[in-house]
Write a protein that binds this ligand. Structure first.
Ligand code: HAM
Length: 439
């Protein structure tokens, strides 16, 4: 059998790297300016960290989506299905409640869920995750949402939909769940098996049913937003007022229920068109009580995560230009055996100034120039007996075809020239150079 990557995982090839780096650079800049610091939790944790946090009614648990295994020491470990639990475990472990509050943390990396694979839904996927821990104030919720929008805007993505809802306080959820049970139990036989299971464990999640029959049954029912106590309602209105004041558009979505159980009050999602059925770029909400559940102090918090693959897909669909790979500035071609090691040595020296590659083997000039072109180089530099004798490289600017002989000593300065918009390759031939070319 041919060995292949596991279903639901993917290789990120060299050509994919620039846009990933760009996404993370932009994210780091936007979040960094808001004082959000980076934290890198481990990829796996004790299973208990997730079992205690995501809740026993979460899809991750109900649908057995967690990659949990015993290691050789008999420890039950889980590959993280999300970041929140690990980040909050770290918050508690490192006593971050003594830091200036709120503590704002962001992370990125792979997460793992044993889900049914489809476009936008993978088994190893990647998230950018943000947590703002320590503030109960609605302005923290609004800022978290605004930061998500800022990241997407800075990436060039327009026209996303922010859906804002609230799942209320635990007692609101309990009342709403009781209401749903009463309303839906008489129709239980007509529901899909998934929804029947949800009705038993966490009725709210029936609202998320994809099946048209289930959807028709829940359509006339009340929503979590109809069950908010006055304080939770006030909180929701205050979050909305902040977003209004900052000119961040959103739509109130009374139906938002999230797949994880730890949410309290604010719940939100950001969607994009054109990326298939899995249109959520990300989502999050408030999770007061969760830090305490993980053994830390009882501090409130709010956060979100975006799916990097989905955001990249949305950027492609929106026609946003992909960040391009860096090109080699110079590709050295050895025209005789002696020049092979010489070219490699020269490349080593010149790498202090620019990206320089070479061909590892002797090449005829025509073939060498083709190699340089395939490598995407700005310049090809030919090295052979004549050049060696004269202490020069025969330099060809591949886009214009202009050639000139450049002494070894002049190469660093030439390669260090910053390309300008009118001369993107940094090769505006000077009058002198053109004259000597002609000579
Ligand atoms: P989540 O909604 O489970 O929230 O995931 C956030 C985002 O991760 C989704 O909207 C989606 O873009 C991406 N995602 C999730 N599962 C997959 C998958 N199987 N394949 C590809 N992308 C996926 C959380 O993870 C919460 N921890 C967010 C949060 C942080 N809440 C508070 N703080």
């Amino acid at each position: 059998m041919k060995l292949r990557a596991v279903k639901g995982t993917a290789d990120r090839l060299p050509a994919d790297q620039p846009r990933w780096h760009h996404l993370l650079d932009v994210t780091s800049r936007v979040l960094g300016r808001a004082g959000v610091q980076e934290i890198t939790p481990p990829v796996f944790e004790f299973a208990e960290v997730f079992e205690r946090s995501v809740g026993e009614a979460a899809d991750l648990v109900v649908q057995k989506e967690m990659y949990t295994f015993d290691d050789r020491g008999g420890r039950r470990l889980t590959l993280r299905p999300e970041f929140t639990a690990g980040v909050l475990r770290a918050y508690a472990e490192h006593g971050m409640h003594t830091w200036p509050s709120p503590v704002k943390l962001w992370s990125h990396g792979p997460a793992f869920r044993a889900e049914n694979v489809q476009r936008g839904r993978y088994r190893q996927f990647h998230q950018v995750n943000v947590e703002i821990v320590g503030s109960p104030a609605p302005v923290a919720d609004a800022e978290a949402i605004a930061l998500f929008v800022d990241v997407l805007r800075a990436l060039g993505l327009r026209g996303v939909r922010v859906a804002l809802g609230s799942v209320g306080d635990p007692e609101d959820r309990a009342r709403f769940n009781a209401y749903l049970r009463d309303a839906l139990e008489p129709h239980a036989a007509a529901l899909t098996e998934t929804s029947r299971g949800r009705l038993r464990l966490n009725p709210m999640r029936v609202l998320d049913a994809k099946d048209p029959g289930d959807q028709a049954l829940v359509a006339p029912l009340k929503r979590p937003l109809d069950f908010l106590n006055p304080a939770a309602r006030g909180h929701f209105d205050a979050v909305a007022a902040c977003l209004d004041a900052w000119g961040i558009s959103y739509a109130v979505d009374p139906s938002i229920v999230r797949g994880l159980d730890y949410y309290r009050r604010t719940a939100f999602e950001i969607h994009a068109e054109g990326i298939g059925a899995q249109s959520a770029l990300g989502g999050g909400g408030r999770y007061d009580g969760l830090v305490a559940q993980l053994g830390g102090p009882d501090v409130p918090g709010i956060g979100w995560a975006l799916g990097i693959e989905r955001v990249l897909d949305a950027l492609d669909q929106a026609g946003v230009a992909r960040a391009a790979a860096e090109r080699p500035q110079l590709y050295l071609v050895a025209m005789d055996d002696e020049a092979v090691v010489e070219a490699a040595g020269l490349a080593r020296t010149l790498r202090a100034h620019a990206r320089v590659e070479h061909g590892y083997t002797k090449r005829a000039p025509g073939k060498g120039l083709r190699d340089a072109d395939r490598a995407g180089a700005v310049y090809a530099g030919l090295l052979g007996g004549r050049e060696r004798a004269a202490g020069v490289v025969q330099l060809k600017h591949l886009a214009s075809g202009i050639e000139r002989q450049v002494p070894f000593a002049d190469l660093p300065a030439l390669l260090a020239i910053e390309p300008s918009p009118s001369d993107p390759d940094g090769f505006a031939p000077t009058a002198a150079a053109t004259a000597s070319d002609a000579a």
